[in-house]
Design a protein around this ligand. Sequence first.
Ligand SMILES: [Zn+2]
Ligand SMILES: [Zn+2]
Length: 308
Amino acid sequence: MQFDAQWLLLALAPVFLACIGWEAWHLARTRPDTALYSWPDTLCNAALALMHQGADKLAWLVAIPVYAWVWRHGRLTDWQPGWRAWLVLFVAQDLLYYVFHRASHRVRWLWAAHVVHHSSGRLNLSTAFRQSLMYPVAGMWLFWIPLAVIGFTPMQIVGIVLVNLAFQFFVHTQAIRKLGWLEYVFNTPSMHRVHHARNERYIDRNYAGVLAIWDRLFGSYVEEDALEPPVYGIVKPLDTYNPLKASFHEWIAMARDCARMPDWRTRLAALFAPPDWCARHDLALAPQASQAAVTENNTRGECGSREP
Ligand SMILES: [Zn+2]
Ligand SMILES: [Zn+2]
C-alpha cells in the first residue's frame, strides 16, 4: 500500500503533540515565572489546525487536477527518479515558499489569511498549528504551479509542500536559543521568533521556510538581538480565542475598507496593496487638524496592518 502524501501532517500529529507536551512541561519547570502556554490559546490553535486541515483536504481536490493538467500539457522537462530530482524539488519549493510568505505580508488579500498565524500574543510549538482555513481561497496553492511546469508530479508537489510545513513546526519555540552555524543555513527557532515579533525592527523579516539563505540573499534577514527580546503578535491585538473570529476578522475589515473606497483603483488597492495601504491613504486625505488622530490610529494597526 502506498502512503498518500496528503496525510503527512495528520500522520505526524502524535509527534507534534508529544513535542508540545514536552515543551509545556519543560518551560513550566525552567521558566515558571513566564506563562508561555495558556489553555484558551492552545485550544484555539488546535481548533484552527483542524479547520485548516479540513479546508486543505478540499483544496487539494481542486489543486491536484490543476497541477496534473499543467504537468501533462505544460511541463518543460522530465526527472529521473533519484536524489537529484528531490534536491531540485526541495530547493525550488522552498524558494517558492519564501515568495509566497513574503507576498503574504505585503499583499493584503494574502495577509487576510496569513494574519491568523501571527495573531496570538504567545509563541510556542502549538502556534505552528495556528493556520487559516482561508489559504485555499487566498490562493496559496497557485504558488506551487511552477513546480509542475518544471516537471514535478502532483503527488511530489503535495509531498514537498507538506514536508516544508512539517519542518516549520519545530521552529515555533522559545525553549531553544541559537544554533551556531545552523543559523546560516536553516530557518531556526531564533530566526522564526524574529518573524513572529511586532517590535519595529523585527516586523516583516525572516520569511524562510526551511532554508535561511533566501532571507540573506534578498535582504529580509534580521538577527535576534538578546538586548531586544521579541514581543509577539500583531500590532493591533486580536483579543479573542474564538477561532472563527481569528479566521475571518481581517477578511471582514478588508471588505469594509474595499466598500468605502470611492473608485475601482482604490478598491483594488484596498484588496491587493500592502496591508497598511488604507491607513496611509486615510492619512493622506485627512485634514491637517485630524492628522494626529489618524496617526495614532495607524500606530495601533487600524486597517489590519502589521506596520508600526
Ligand atoms: Zn508570516
Ligand atoms: Zn510561524
